[in-house]
Design a protein around this ligand. Structure first.
Ligand SMILES: Nc1ncnc2c1ncn2[C@@H]1O[C@H](COP(=O)(O)OP(=O)(O)OP(=O)(O)O)[C@@H](O)[C@H]1O
Length: 253
């Protein structure tokens, strides 16, 4: 491939860099700017929360951060660099490789495969990435999320919180550099949600992955290293990178 290999050990630097990123949907005649010039840098190991009202652009941003979507074409779309790969320049094949090797995803609705066991669900990303990997890795992760006794259970035999902990193990099994989580506690009661956040945080720290998480819940966002607030596709509050000054102070000047 022509771009940096996202899994290469030397692939340091930012995990995600958005510069004036813009994503426009054409709805009938009127274009909708779902992202309207977003600057955001996520560094290795950081936990960044994205908050904002329904329709502000959180899912659009996460889709770009997970390599599922790209900003508008240059020059109006700005730049989106995911694990060293410029999304505008990447081929579809490169994007598939990026998604399978460098990114892990946790959804609100778990999205486990119902006829596979917990262990088989966690092993799935390794098979998709064509990696034999460490044969004990999936089992070890399930033990670390507290499900060592549920390896052979199917999703229908697990509680919602247990299903989401399987999904967390699945998101980290291929050692991604970035975990993208869309309302990961949105379908859970507060105790199960807190446990899911605990295991996500523990794995993030020990595995060195960055975590980019959208949430409606201010208590969830408060656990992140920093929070970015979006309204109408623009960042209105928070720090766009770990060393940037707060946006609201900048605009008040
Ligand atoms: N495929 C699409 N086609 C047209 N418009 C879209 C599409 N997807 C999203 N939008 C619009 O883009 C804007 C941002 O949507 P997005 O789903 O990113 O918001 P969100 O913050 O994730 O919302 P929620 O919190 O409700 O999930 C909204 O105005 C939405 O209606």
């Amino acid at each position: 491939m022509t771009t940096t290999d996202p899994k290469a050990p030397h692939a340091g630097g930012d995990v995600l860099r958005l510069e004036r990123a813009r994503r426009t949907y054409r709805r009938g005649e009127a274009p909708v700017a779902a992202l309207d010039g977003i600057d955001l840098v996520v560094r290795p190991g950081e936990w960044v929360a994205i908050v904002g009202p329904s329709g502000c652009g959180k899912s659009t941003l996460l889709n770009i951060a997970s390599g599922v979507d790209r900003p508008d074409p240059p020059p109006t779309g700005g730049r989106a660099i995911l694990c060293g790969v410029d999304l505008a320049a990447a081929t579809e094949r490169e994007l598939v490789h990026l998604r399978r090797t460098a990114v892990g995803v946790v959804f609100q609705a778990f999205h486990l495969v119902p006829n596979l066991t917990a262990l088989e669900n966690v092993e799935l990303p390794l098979a998709l990435a064509g990696e034999r990997g460490d044969p004990g890795r999936a089992r070890e992760l399930l033990e670390r999320v507290g499900l060592g006794a549920r390896l052979n259970h199917h999703p229908g035999e697990l509680s919602g919180g247990e299903e989401q902990r399987v999904a967390v193990a699945r998101a980290l099994v291929h050692r991604p550099r970035l975990v993208v989580a869309d309302e990961p506690t949105g379908n859970l009661d507060s105790a199960s949600g807190a446990l899911v956040l605990d295991v996500l945080d523990e794995l993030r720290r020990t595995e060195g992955a960055a975590l980019l998480m959208a949430t409606h819940d201010d208590a969830v966002a408060a656990r992140a290293d920093r929070t970015v607030r979006i309204v109408d596709g623009r960042i209105v509050d928070g720090r766009t990178s770990a060393d940037a000054e707060p946006t609201h102070r900048r605009s008040a000047r």
